[in-house]
Design a protein around this ligand. Sequence first.
Ligand SMILES: *[C@@H]1O[C@H](CO)[C@@H](O)[C@H](O)[C@H]1NC(C)=O
Ligand SMILES: *[C@@H]1O[C@H](CO)[C@@H](O)[C@H](O)[C@H]1NC(C)=O
Ligand SMILES: *[C@@H]1O[C@H](CO)[C@@H](O)[C@H](O)[C@H]1NC(C)=O
Ligand SMILES: *[C@@H]1O[C@H](CO)[C@@H](O)[C@H](O)[C@H]1NC(C)=O
Length: 613
Amino acid sequence: MDGITLRRAPLLCTLLLWAFQVSSGALTVNVLPLVNVAKDGAATLPCSYTGTESSTVLVSWHVLHEGARKRIAFKSGEEIKSDDASPLGKRATMGADLSLTISKVEPSDDLTFICEINAGPDGYREAPCDLREIPIQAPELQKPAAQAISATSDDSSEIGTCISKNGIPQPRLIWFKNDQPIPEVKDKSKKTHMVAVVVKESSNLYTVKSTLYMAPKKEDKNSVFSCKVEYSTLHNTKEMKTSNTITINLNYPSEKTTFSLLNSSPIKEGDKVEMKCETDGHPQPQFEFSKDNKEVIGEKGLLTLKSVKRTDAGEYVCKGIDYDAFDKDLSAKLTLMVHYMDPVVVKPPGMKTVSLGEKMEWKCDVNASAKHTLHWKKGSETLSEDGKLSLDNIDYDKAGEYICEGAVPSVPGLKVNASVHLSVEGKPIIAEPDVGEVSKEGDQVTLKCVAHGEPKPQFTWVPSAKESVQIKGNMIVSTIVLNATADIMKHGVNCTVNNKFGKDSKTLTVAIKDERAIKGSAEVLLSGNPVLKSADMQQGGSSAVVVAVVVCVLLLLLLVGLIYCLNKRTKLPCSKKDKKDMALGDVNNDIVVEMKTGKTEQDGLLHKKAAEK
Ligand SMILES: *[C@@H]1O[C@H](CO)[C@@H](O)[C@H](O)[C@H]1NC(C)=O
Ligand SMILES: *[C@@H]1O[C@H](CO)[C@@H](O)[C@H](O)[C@H]1NC(C)=O
Ligand SMILES: *[C@@H]1O[C@H](CO)[C@@H](O)[C@H](O)[C@H]1NC(C)=O
Ligand SMILES: *[C@@H]1O[C@H](CO)[C@@H](O)[C@H](O)[C@H]1NC(C)=O
């Protein structure tokens, strides 16, 4: 089928020119370029001609089959004959009207047939015709231009018209409501019925129309209508094509009104509030809104309050005005709750200055529309949850801003806060200083003296040097750079701070950056504490490992020596000889040699005494 379609692609382009003609001069031949298969499985391909009065015209039908053109039948004068060699055999017959009829059409019959006219001196013409499936278009469903249908009326109204164009053979239209077929009723006295119109176009194709009439009720307000066209195919199966869908424009009276809040979370002051009023009728009536018997202006059933205040809380009434249902009460009520929170009141308010070591207490309170919490905070740390903040033995670290935050947990976003500022005054205090370090005596050293104090203290350095003062948070930092003289190395540098409340003084020491870090680390390792004191000792650290390994090896040697000695002693006295061995051997380690000699000398003495006795 596809192959055939491809081969005849140029032909398909002429689809729009439905009944086309091949003409030259006077002689003309007319065929249908495409012909569909009828329900009974037969297809008729018409052919006619004009332009000659000759009585000896030879009309013949041919088929393009497997690349070759073969004659099927011909009419010469009154004589009609079929060709025995026709690929369609006896299924193809030519009629007196020149048409070719093919019975029991098979899918393999979708071939090109050619009607040929040979009018002798008047000329020769031919025209092709394709036997194939004409794709039927989906039907179109149109709504009537009429007004809305009233559900209260008992008369039938037009619901819509279903139109299927250019079908052959004549297709059938089926109506559907909510995907359920509506049985066909032609009796116009019935409430639900259809009126059908069939038009046979000049192209021999059919256009069918069906108009549905019903008396819909309120239940039909959301019903979806559609129609389908049913047709048979070359393969003798039935196929359906579905139209667009329509709903009906139905009017039905209101019976009940609902008034609801569109906001999803609890309402607080400042929020935008939307209240929706609607009825179960169609169309929606007009609405009037009121609160405390005073009119409030809404729009089309929607009442909007841009930024609510607590005074906006209360009962709202919405009333539907339906002129068709005056007897019905179409009003509804809605109670609006507006949450609020007053400003937080802190006592005592504002800035507060206290002396070092004293205590201080604040209270905060708030009025709110619902159960609320009160939290005292400093930074992100919560200090109390009952509205009371007590600070004892106040030090400089307690200075700063404290915030009392009130919140209504049941109303997201409803929060208020107030803050107080605490200043702490008193004598200055110097923080524990770091040790200054130099590579060697005489090098420059940087010393920092860090102090708290309010009012800000003065710094005095002994020996003095050019200082620079910085404020870091609630600390004051004085920095000096000087040469580490022998005196400084010995006594350090004194930093003194003072303000009107008193003074504090600390001696900052300066040390040589530990060149003996290696030895120090080894000691640390030996004493079983692997912690290295500073980054400078990192390098010393690896050397320390080497030293530790050497020491361990020596200790091991000592142990082996001892065992050897003890073993020997069971046979021979292990004295002079041992000593000699040791003297000849390694004397790298003082400790080992000394320990050994000490012991052997003692042994020697004991042996001597024993010998004397
Ligand atoms: C709370 O409201 C009461 C009564 O209106 C008032 O007396 C009180 O001062 C208010 N408290 C605060 C913290 O606003
Ligand atoms: C306190 O309230 C103000 C204004 O309401 C707000 O901008 C601020 O972020 C709040 N502070 C805290 C710590 O919640
Ligand atoms: C510090 O020592 C350097 C030499 O190392 C010297 O040039 C400089 O004058 C000394 N500074 C003071 C303040 O003594
Ligand atoms: C530093 O102060 C101590 C007492 O705190 C004092 O003995 C020492 O002499 C002072 N050193 C200098 C260099 O003034």
